[in-house]
Design a protein around this ligand. Sequence first.
Ligand SMILES: [Mn+2]
Length: 321
Amino acid sequence: MALEDAKREVDLAFTRAERRGLAYENVFGGATSFLRRRYSKDLTGVDLAITGVPFDQAVTNRTGTRFGPRAVREASALQPCDPPYGWGYSPLEEMEIVDYGDLAFDYAKVSDFPDTLTAHIRGILAAGPGTVTLGGDHYITFPILKAYAEKFGPISLLHFDAHCDTWVDDDFTRIDHGTMFYKAIKSGIVDPKTSVHVGIRTHNDDFMGVTVIDAREVHETGSAAVVKIIKGIIGDRPTYLTFDIDCLDPAFAPGTGTPVWGGLASWQVAAILRDLAGINMVGGDVVEVSPAYDTTGATAIAGAHVAHELICLYGWTRRKG
Ligand SMILES: [Mn+2]
């Protein structure tokens, strides 16, 4: 059946009739939505909306993540022809998922950007589905978390990153990808006691009460031990999972703005995300993929895999029947 479909299917991003189902469209052709989902602004009955936020004006070093959503969508074309390995279920067949497209914003009026993004996510959440967002630099997570906190209250943050992004910054008009979790905790959006940073390997004066599982601890204790600690801290609380691609070592994800050595390997991340099945993930994002520095495309491929795993986690606790 798949081969026959491959001869007929093209541009499923626009032509697919059903929102559910795998896709056999030629990997190398056609318009690329995320995982060949249908581009749609109709959220009626939708379980999960994928959206892109092509914003990179908050970085401390190399720009380029405005091209991240496009690159991750293209890399994702490799993945929708089979259920994801190791999960034992098929989220693309069980869930109604759409590609909601990218955020529209005035690139020259940066001060308006945070509220524009919060409204975008608020609108999706009000219609019912959760979101998996493709960044964009990591600042975007702060306006997204505002919308989530409106719906769920102070939220647990499960944060994969080389950096903890909690540098002191009491000027809330600043738009900075290294201080937004300081602001999120200070403003009561994130509950630090039930939040975790994973993969950290850069200095910070103050982790603000968030549990840190640094990269060395991941390497030395192993993924199963890490998952046990995470689950013990977040329990079944509503959890937002944010994944900065620089959590991966630059050997696996060179295409990012602020790479740091000593990071996680792809296989470690794959094992941890798979074994987190059962957490109450209400939304998530993959940020900081910067295609200009991604000479092999490996970073976008990793980003697409992480985003697909987030879909699996989201669907796992919502399986019907
Ligand atoms: Mn980072």
